[in-house]
Design a protein around this ligand. Structure first.
Ligand SMILES: [Mg+2]
Length: 158
């Protein structure tokens, strides 16, 4: 029942969501849509995409988990912007260290090697400190990324 309610809600609002998250692909799908069956299929697809998006990219939820993690361990006093930026830099260096002496082919194939999990963990560490730092500085990371991509597209037109 919960699934059905969410599905209906997404069906109702899919135009709004499609513009916010996946404007290109969904707009294209809309032109192909002719029957109710196709509408349902499309709505279901949007629902699945949204669930994946929420599952992996709910920054606020991650921030809340990280805040609790820090509070439970009395680490809040350490989580100032200076320390977090330094920790972020250390984690970036740990990622770089994995690739340090590899040639181009070895680095491209890293996820096929024994270091695959290590790469994933260091990237997660980077993301964790970045998201935590954004929380402390009250930066809307999603908006900041969107704004920067737009800025870059103007700076580097193709
Ligand atoms: Mg690490």
């Amino acid at each position: 029942m919960g699934l059905l309610l969410i599905y209906a809600k997404v069906s109702f609002k899919d135009r709004i969501f499609s513009k916010i998250i996946f404007s290109g692909s969904i707009t294209e799908a809309e032109t192909e849509m002719e029957s109710d069956t196709k509408r349902k299929r499309k709505s279901y697809r949007v629902f699945v995409i949204l669930m994946i998006f929420k599952q992996h990219m709910d920054i606020k939820k991650i921030q809340d988990r990280l805040a609790k993690f820090a509070k439970d361990r009395n680490w809040e006093k350490f989580h100032n912007p200076k320390n977090l930026s330094m920790a972020l830099n250390v984690e970036c260096s740990e990622l770089v260290e994995i690739f340090q002496w590899l040639d181009t082919t070895q680095s491209a194939d890293i996820m096929l090697s024994d270091e695959a999990e290590h790469v994933q963990e260091e990237m997660a560490d980077i993301m964790i400190y970045l998201i935590r730092m954004a929380d402390i500085l009250k930066i809307d990371l999603s908006r900041a990324v969107d704004d920067k991509i737009i800025k870059n597209s103007k700076k580097y037109p193709f």
